[in-house]
Design a protein around this ligand. Structure first.
Ligand code: SAM
Length: 297
C-alpha cells in the first residue's frame, strides 16, 4: 500500500455503553437485524464482519462454521470476546481494513454495518474486500445515505451547506462520511462486486416517534418500508446486497491468515505468526485469543 488513509480510532472507547446501552436505540438495532436477515444467507462456511466492534450483531452469525470479527480496536474486540465466551467459531482479529490480514478468496459472506462512514477511502476498502471474497459469495454492506429526507429538507431550508444530491461523499464531521447510493454502487462495481437488492432502513429514526410508538410497531413499519429500497432511497441508512466478483477465487481449505504487509500466507507457531517471506520478516502476535495485525510482534 502506498498511502494509508487516516483511521477513526475506537481504542479504549466506551462505544457500547455510550451509544447502545440504555440509549433508546432498540429500534435501530431491530431494524438493522431485520435487513441483515433478509439479505444474509443464514448459514455457510466462513463469514467476516468488517468493523465488528464489541460484537453487537455476532449472534446473527451462529449458522456459520467460522466467523472472523475484524476491527481496528483491540479493546472493543476484547469486549466481544467477553460477551461471546469461548465459542470456538469466533476468531478475533485486530487490524486495519486498508491492509486486510486474510488470504485471497477466504470468505463466503462479508458483512459491514455502521462502519463505512469512517472510511476516508471507501474504494480502497472495497478493493481489499474483493480480494478476500470467495467465489460465489455475498457481501452485505450498510452505509450512511447522504440523500436522506432530513438532509434534503435541511438543504431546502438552507440549514445545510452541502447538497444531498451530488455524488461525492460528504465529510460532515472529521472522519464521518455520508455517501450517495449511486456513488456507492459505482465504486462497488469498479471493485468487481455485483451490487443488487437495496433495502432502506431506519426510516423512523426520530426521537419523538421512538418515544411515542412501541418499538415493535415502529420496527414493523420500518420492515415494510425497507422493501421500497430498490426504487428510492431517502432513509438515513441503506443496505445493499452484492455478489462477489466474478474473478473471486476459493482459498485452500487450510489457509486463513496472510501477512497484511505482503499477503504471504501465514502459519501460527507458538502463539506468533511469522511471515515466511524473506523480504518482509514481520512477526504478528496472538495474545489471549486475539490475532493482532496492528503492530509487529
Ligand atoms: C460505529 S462502530 C460500529 C461497530 C459495529 N459494526 C456495530 O454496528 O455495532 C465503527 C467500528 O468501525 C471500526 N473501524 C473504524 N475504522 C476501521 C479500520 N480502518 N479498520 C477496521 N475497523 C475500523 C471501529 O473500530 C468501530 O468498532
Amino acid at each position: 500500500m502506498n498511502h494509508t488513509p487516516p483511521v477513526c480510532d475506537y481504542e479504549g472507547s466506551d462505544y457500547r455503553t455510550r451509544f447502545w446501552q440504555n440509549q433508546n436505540r432498540n429500534y435501530e438495532d431491530r431494524v438493522e437485524r431485520i435487513a441483515l436477515r433478509r439479505l444474509m444467507p443464514s448459514n455457510g462456511g466462513t463469514l467476516v464482519e468488517i468493523g465488528a466492534g464489541f460484537g453487537r450483531l455476532a449472534d446473527e452469525y451462529r449458522g456459520y462454521e467460522r466467523v472472523a470479527l475484524f476491527d481496528y480496536s483491540r479493546s472493543l474486540l476484547r469486549e466481544a470476546q467477553e460477551r461471546l465466551g469461548d465459542d470456538p467459531k469466533f476468531i478475533y482479529v485486530a487490524g486495519n481494513w486498508y491492509a486486510m490480514p486474510f488470504v485471497a478468496g477466504l470468505f463466503d459472506t462479508i458483512v459491514q454495518v455502521r462502519t463505512l462512514h469512517h472510511a476516508a477511502d471507501a474504494p480502497a476498502v472495497f478493493r481489499q474486500l474483493a480480494r478476500i471474497a470467495r467465489k460465489d459469495g455475498r457481501y452485505i454492506l450498510e452505509f450512511a445515505n447522504k440523500q436522506n429526507l432530513k438532509a434534503i429538507l435541511r438543504y431546502g431550508l438552507r440549514r445545510q451547506e452541502w447538497s444531498p444530491f451530488t455524488l461525492d461523499p460528504v465529510e460532515f464531521a472529521e472522519l464521518n462520511f455520508d455517501f450517495h447510493p449511486r456513488w456507492i454502487r459505482r465504486q462497488l462495481e469498479t471493485a468487481g462486486f455485483g451490487p443488487g437488492r437495496m433495502l432502506t432502513v431506519s426510516h423512523y429514526r426520530i426521537a419523538l416517534l421512538k418515544k411515542l410508538v412501541p418499538t415493535r410497531l415502529l420496527a414493523g413499519l420500518d420492515s415494510l418500508a425497507q422493501l421500497t429500497g430498490n426504487w428510492w432511497q431517502l432513509s438515513p441508512s441503506v443496505f445493499v446486497l452484492n455478489q462477489h466478483p466474478d474473478t473471486a477465487v476459493t482459498a485452500a481449505p487450510d489457509a486463513f491468515f496472510a501477512c497484511p504487509a505482503c499477503q504471504t500466507p501465514l502459519t501460527e507457531v507458538d502463539g506468533r505468526l511469522p511471515c515466511p517471506n524473506p523480504d518482509c520478516d514481520h512477526i504478528w502476535r496472538v495474545e489471549n485469543g486475539l490475532y493482532d495485525f496492528k503492530d509487529e510482534g
